[in-house]
Design a protein around this ligand. Structure first.
Ligand SMILES: C[S@@+](CC[C@H](N)C(=O)[O-])C[C@H]1O[C@@H](n2cnc3c(N)ncnc32)[C@H](O)[C@@H]1O
Length: 243
């Protein structure tokens, strides 16, 4: 690259797990990239599409293990964009859904580094779907909320009023989330499901209601990454399980 010219950083959504759920645009950028800075949760098979000689950097981020601090990632992306034409920041699901993608983009913008977001299929939508749960249905749900499971204890705000609730990062706080929803007036019979490793061969699903989901998911040893979906739409599973 010519001196003084800047490359571009593409914030690419890798999709929810199954590597075939990346977008065509995302895959093309992986194939063109000089540098790929990827998160722990992306499916590693996607990296096999990188061209020979591309630099592959793991930025970490499992729920209990932050390899690089956010500021370090921001700095790294800026540095790489000054040295190379195509820098791909590969993030799980969609970059702008609970992925700090907006923070990374804003930091690049502040440094006048060109960037583009390439949306991905979010686990919030695809993981319930792969377990037979649609988020909306004309007869059962006309609104959806996507909520972080990492809410702080001291937050007094109501969780959400939507018909279907989708919690990302729910595992560590599942008991508290279920309790809170009961306190907010949802029935103990409200259908819900916890889905681990959605869209992948190791997918596990525990279906229950707000009263029993915590104990049942403990008994089934459900671990992160998982999505917790709450609402009448969960009952549709019996007719919508993929064959
Ligand atoms: C930091 S958030 C990133 C979400 C991502 N930006 C998206 O749009 O899917 C990570 C959380 O996404 C969810 N997740 C991602 N991939 C998943 C999968 N294959 N199965 C279940 N949950 C998944 C889990 O709740 C996980 O803790």
């Amino acid at each position: 690259m010519k001196e003084g010219r800047k490359g571009k950083v593409y914030l690419v959504g890798a999709g929810p797990g199954d590597p075939e759920l990346i977008t065509v645009k995302g895959l093309k950028l992986i194939q063109q990239a000089d540098v790929i800075v990827y998160d722990f949760l992306i499916d590693q098979r996607l990296l096999s599409f990188a061209r020979k000689g591309a630099e592959l950097i793991c930025a970490g981020k499992s729920s209990n293990h932050h390899t690089m601090k956010q500021e370090e990632i921001n700095r790294l992306l800026a540095e790489k964009a000054k040295e190379h034409s195509v820098v791909v920041r590969l993030k799980n699901g969609d970059p702008y859904v609970f992925g700090r993608g907006a923070e990374e983009a804003a930091s690049l913008g502040e440094q006048n580094i060109p960037f583009e977001v390439v949306s991905g299929v979010s686990s919030a939508v695809a993981v319930p779907a792969s377990a037979g749960v649609p988020l909306t249905h004309r007869d059962y749900a006309s609104s959806v909320a996507i909520i972080t499971g990492h809410r702080r204890d001291d937050e007094e705000v109501k969780i959400a009023d939507a018909d279907t609730l989708v919690f990302l990062m729910p595992v560590a706080n599942l008991q508290r989330i279920a309790k809170r929803l009961l306190e907010e007036g949802r029935s103990p019979e409200t259908p819900c499901a916890l889905i681990e490793k959605g869209t992948l061969p190791g997918q596990k699903v525990v279906q229950g209601n707000l009263a029993n989901i915590f104990n049942d998911s403990k008994a089934q040893d459900i671990k992160a990454p998982a999505v917790f979906v709450v609402g009448e739409v969960v009952n549709l599973r019996k007719s919508l399980l993929p064959s």
